[in-house]
Design a protein around this ligand. Structure first.
Ligand SMILES: [Zn+2]
Length: 424
């Protein structure tokens, strides 16, 4: 027993020692994150994939700040300091470092970590400015550029793109959006595995991240006011889905997508709070030929061969979700019946004037005009809302905020039975 106790004590001592070594080693190896932010704000950070590096890139300190460029090769670190921009180039799976005028400084570099040495300054990558560190790392035949950044700074470069320009009196909606975006980021840390070297992509696969350039004062205030807060259900971070405009009712996730039911992603109404959206209701007119073409194109892609759908004789809505969205639709033609379920109809029909964009929502009624022989001539979709209808309705959040509703109540409206938790 005593021996076991000793082992435990020794293990505890060893782990403290290892921890200290890691900290010291970390400080020596790369400039610590506290070099670019006050020590009081030591927060969790995320690693965001900015780019796959294939050519020359210019790195600089934002607003003329000084950079530390730490190059790792053959297990050694060499540091360069510069107030002028430098050029980093991919060269046979390794990196080359050049001055702005093209003079070679170093080559065959395995990894580079660049930090600002000037307080409160960021870094620029091809003129786009970012907080935190920039890391070039060679992994599985590719060179990746990763931005290692505090979660809160990351959110300031994400939320403006998600919520769009918002008047000051709707700041509570921006706070709700900040919590949703933070919850997404924190729940997806490590999703791509350790070898990838990053947690999140900077595009729509995760959350679109625009860095410092897109920041605005209102979002910065909303992020800071909700610092560390995430939405939880049963103490687990939720899948904080959101969309532009629900059109009055949100929906059960399993009725819209082929995903598992979630007790907090269930149908509810928001008292027409999203009526301020220009897409609260909409109309879209299609000719029968257009609809047939869209069905044929969709099926051709799905089946990998050409499909002749014939001529459109009828469209039937077979069922609706609890929130009123079309759960199943059948296009009857001279060549058969083509049925699509759940949200698929949006991807089949797309937009009348833009086949690259999907139909605004699956919440619609149909007005069918016919030829003398009974075949369909034109169809008008009379729709409500914009987006999938799962989780938070962003325009509804803004409408509620305009009525004086606070962000925690806004979140509780759209994510049922959830609580807020402060992670840090
Ligand atoms: Zn709504």
């Amino acid at each position: 027993m005593k021996k076991l106790q000793n082992i435990k004590t020794n293990l505890a001592r060893l782990s403290i020692l290892v921890f200290l070594i890691v900290i010291l080693w970390g400080c020596g190896r790369v400039p610590h994150l506290t070099d670019v932010a006050p020590p009081s704000s030591r927060l969790p950070f995320v690693k965001v994939l900015l780019d796959e590096v294939s050519r020359k890139h210019t790195i600089g300190g934002s607003d003329g700040g000084e950079m530390a460029i730490n190059c790792f090769k053959n297990g050694k670190r060499i540091s360069y300091y510069s107030r002028k921009p430098v050029i980093v180039q991919a060269e046979n799976q390794k990196l080359g470092l050049y001055t702005h005028s093209g003079q070679n400084l170093d080559y065959k570099i395995d990894r580079m970590v660049i930090a600002s040495r000037t307080k409160n300054h960021g870094l620029t990558y091809d003129k786009k400015a970012y907080h935190g560190l920039l890391e070039f790392v060679s992994s599985s035949g590719q060179i990746r550029l990763v931005n290692i950044v505090y979660v809160e700074d990351y959110l300031k470069g994400v939320v403006p793109l998600e919520i769009g320009p918002t008047p000051e009196e709707q700041v509570e909606a921006v706070k709700a959006q900040s919590v949703a975006a933070r919850t997404y980021a924190m729940a997806h840390l490590g999703q791509y595995g350790d070898e990838s070297g990053y947690d999140l992509k900077a595009d729509i696969s995760d959350q679109v991240y625009g860095g410092i350039k897109i920041e605005n004062q209102l979002v910065n205030e909303a992020v800071e006011a909700t610092r560390g807060m995430v939405a939880v259900y049963n103490d687990q971070m939720i899948s904080a889905y959101y969309h532009s405009t629900c059109g009055g009712t949100t929906d059960d996730i399993e009725d819209v997508w082929d995903k598992e039911a979630a007790p907090y992603l269930v149908s509810g109404h928001d008292d027409e709070a999203c009526k301020i959206s220009k897409y609260y209701t909409w109309r879209e007119r299609f000719t029968a030929d257009q609809i047939i073409l869209r069905v044929e194109q969709y099926l051709a892609q799905e089946r990998g061969r050409e499909v002749n759908a014939g001529r459109l004789t009828d469209i039937r809505i077979n069922g609706r979700t609890p929130g009123g969205r079309v759960a199943s639709i059948t296009f009857e033609t001279t060549n058969g019946r083509f049925t699509f379920n759940k949200e698929k109809v949006r991807w089949v029909i797309k937009r009348s004037d833009n086949p690259k964009a999907i139909l605004r929502s699956a919440n619609f009624d149909l007005d069918i005009e016919r030829h003398g022989n009974g075949e369909v001539r034109e169809v008008v979709f009379r729709g409500r809302g914009y987006g999938h209808g799962i989780g938070m309705c962003q325009m509804g959040a803004r409408g509620l905020a305009a009525k004086g509703i606070k962000f925690d109540s806004i979140l509780a409206t759209y994510y049922k039975n959830t609580d807020l938790k402060k992670l840090y």
